[in-house]
Ligand binder design. Sequence first.
Ligand code: SAM
Length: 238
Amino acid sequence: MKINEFIDYLKEININVTEKELSLLEKYYEFLVEYNSHTNLTSITQKDLVYLKHFYDSISVAQSYDFTKELKVLDIGTGAGFPGVILKIFFPQIKLVLLDSNNKKTTFLINLIKKLDLKNVTVVNDRAENYIKQNRESFDVVISRAVANMAILLELGIPFLKVGGNLIAMKASREVTTKELDNSKNTLQIIKAKIITEKSFLLPIENSQRTIIVFEKEDITDTKYPRSYDKILKNPLK
Ligand code: SAM
């Protein structure tokens, strides 16, 4: 995806990208590729592909959710900053926590945030099931791309939300996502959340499927959730 295609495809989803945003994205791209030459962060480094599969894919979630408010947002398993850093570039008023258990990635993110001079961003090197201990019921939005299947993500993510807050799962194939949702009915009941929107679309140019599910937290989560990661894996709440 060339820059002019990036701009045009964003217009199609009602985003008019500014010069400032384009300049931050360019700096992000350059720093990502430079850092990736000595520290493995992503297998996607070709410019057209980074703009399509990381930048466009991350911001496409704005079709499903209104990020224009002063939201406290947690990106679980953000990796090299997707979608969290991209959301921060387009919606600078959000208060963002970037969480990842991989120290290489969080070190990169600390440097990136300085380089882009982004404010109100906290980078945390921890596992979600540990970070929850001091951070229950404290976020408006929890978002995650390509981290865990739905039942696991719900158990890890919903406890972080205030009642009424939203978990946004960024998934690929509609069919796989539907299966994961079928297997998550029990989790949703136990964890006290419901689906509010589901949207599927094709990523431009390569036409692969994307599915975005938005959940709402309906009540306080029992403090026994999330369980330890071993227990979640061995015995999903389905
Ligand atoms: N979200 C990024 C993206 O879409 O490019 C990264 C996806 S990568 C496949 C999954 C990331 O989740 C890894 O960086 C891994 O370290 C992190 N991760 C997996 N389980 C985690 C957990 N329980 N707590 C925090 N981070 C986790």
